[in-house]
Design a protein around this ligand. Structure first.
Ligand SMILES: [Ca+2]
Length: 219
């Protein structure tokens, strides 16, 4: 009996081990005419979102944000499920993205995760704003959760620019703390005026932690 308990404990521990995804989304399954567990929202202006069953070919599916004219629009795909997170724990969020004529707006295409669903800089982790045209490629961010974190809300966005952005193969996995990489730490950054915390100056590591960015996005 004791051995059985030990084996169960080891099995549970292995199930949550470093490198084991705690969340995946491949957008291949249907639910009510859309991708399972995701919903689209026009946060502002004229924009649209599609469950694109032709990208990537052959036979794959992804989600797409479209903004054709209104550069103030905010196209938003939201994961409807709460993603369980552990406090004070290191994670990697990876995803594949394709960009089509994303303009030099005030924002761009990006992925953002809110710890405990709180829309504030102290709780979010986001990729850089992605712009331009680029074929499907992989990006990632890594971060350590807050001491009070228990879940995350995930969104894929095309905000305040025109163009098209496809998102696919999203995964969140626990990693070792020494794998968390920060890029360009130290430079102060001013948020756009209408962001949640107006005028607040952030240090760059609070907001920009995407690794291996193409040169076109590194300015
Ligand atoms: Ca897919």
């Amino acid at each position: 009996m004791r051995m059985a308990v030990v084996l169960i404990a080891v099995t549970v521990a292995c199930g949550l081990a470093v490198g084991e995804p705690v969340f995946v989304a491949d957008f291949e399954g249907a639910e009510d005419g859309g991708p399972v567990g995701w919903s689209f929202e026009r946060r502002r202006g004229d924009c649209s979102g599609e469950w694109d069953r032709a990208e990537p070919p052959p036979g794959g599916s992804s989600i797409r944000c479209d903004v054709t004219e209104n550069a103030a629009a905010r196209a938003t795909w939201t994961c409807t499920r709460r993603i369980a997170l552990k406090p004070d724990t290191a994670y990697r969020l990876s995803f594949r993205v394709m960009l089509g004529d994303v303009s030099e707006g005030s924002k761009g295409a990006y992925v953002i995760l809110y710890e405990n669903g709180e829309p504030s800089p102290d709780f979010w982790h986001m990729s850089r704003f992605m712009r331009g045209t680029q074929d499907r490629h992989e990006r990632e961010i890594s971060f350590i959760t807050r001491p009070d974190a228990s879940w995350g809300r995930l969104q894929c966005r095309l905000w305040e620019c025109t163009g098209h952005a496809w998102f696919d193969d999203i995964a969140i996995e626990q990693i070792d703390r020494d794998e968390v990489r920060v890029q360009g730490a130290g430079a102060p950054l001013v948020l756009p005026e209408d962001e949640a915390d107006q005028g607040r100056r952030l240090r760059q590591e609070d907001m920009l932690s995407c690794d291996e960015l193409p040169a076109v996005f590194s300015r």
